[in-house]
Design a protein. Structure first.
Length: 65
C-alpha cells in the first residue's frame, strides 16, 4: 500500500498545538484594510483553534504527518 500524502495546502495553513489541537489563522486580513477598524484588524492577527465540526476533515488532510 502506498503512504498517505499530506495535503500541501493544509500543511501550510494549519499548525498543531502541544495538546494536539489544530490552530488556524483568521481570514479577511490580507487586503481592503482601510475600512476595517484597528481593533478588528488586531483581533484578526491572532491565531485560533479550528471548530470541532471541521476538525475531522482537517485531520484527514494532515494524515500524512
Amino acid at each position: 500500500m502506498p503512504k498517505m500524502k499530506t495535503n500541501s495546502g493544509a500543511k501550510k495553513r494549519y499548525d498543531l498545538t502541544g495538546t494536539g489541537k489544530i490552530k488556524r489563522k483568521h481570514a479577511y486580513k490580507s487586503h481592503i484594510l482601510t475600512k476595517k477598524t484597528t481593533k478588528r484588524k488586531r483581533n484578526l492577527g491572532y491565531s485560533t483553534v479550528i471548530a470541532s465540526s471541521d476538525e475531522k476533515n482537517a485531520r484527514l488532510l494532515l494524515a500524512g504527518n
